[in-house]
Design a protein around this ligand. Structure first.
Ligand SMILES: Cc1cc2nc3c(=O)[nH]c(=O)nc-3n(C[C@H](O)[C@H](O)[C@H](O)COP(=O)(O)O)c2cc1C
Length: 158
């Protein structure tokens, strides 16, 4: 498995779609917080999902999640999936992207790279332990983030 990319800009600049579920029932949301690295001797991807997101329900329920990365031409669709909730729109059919089955989950035909991740660990980030200015800015009026660490079991490129 080989990934050649600028990992520092992969999430922050490029964004990704985080998807959990199966073709019959899944949800995706845009993420720009995340990391890739090594933990417990495995290649892992970590994402951070506020407990208020609809996707959070799927992340808790499912054993796998996918992270899909797209070309710049898809950014408008990622913006919609990152500002509207699956509770209020039909994300499975109305995203303008073509969902497709992949090993253990769902990704999109337009994705230039998908990481298939097996959920290994989750924990809630405790706002009380965060430095004061960030705590105030990020958690004074919003739900906490749950951290999900997944083993990257497959890289899919078209
Ligand atoms: C560029 C961008 C990055 C985002 N990154 C995250 C993130 O890392 N974690 C998170 O919880 N929400 C993030 N969001 C917000 C969710 O994508 C957004 O609330 C989405 O509507 C949730 O959808 P859902 O309710 O269907 O899960 C981001 C939004 C945008 C536009």
């Amino acid at each position: 498995m080989e990934l050649t990319t600028d990992i520092f800009s992969l999430f922050d600049k490029k964004w990704a779609l985080l998807t959990a579920g199966n073709k019959e029932s899944f949800n995706s949301m845009t993420v720009s917080w995340g990391s890739l690295g090594t933990l417990w001797g495995k290649s892992v991807a970590t994402v951070y999902v506020r407990t208020s997101r609809y996707t959070h329900e799927f992340m808790d329920r499912e054993g796998f999640f996918t992270l899909s990365f797209f070309q710049e031409s898809c950014r408008d669709k990622l913006l919609v999936l990152g500002t509207k909730s699956g509770r209020d729109m039909d994300k499975m059919n109305g995203s303008g992207l073509e969902a497709m089955d992949c090993a253990h989950g769902v990704t999109y035909r337009e994705a230039e790279l998908t990481l298939v991740c097996r959920k290994l660990y989750m924990d809630r980030l405790d706002p009380a332990k965060l430095e004061g200015e960030l705590r105030e800015k990020l958690y004074a009026h919003d739900a906490p983030h749950d951290m999900y660490i997944g083993e990257v079991t497959e890289l899919i490129r078209p």
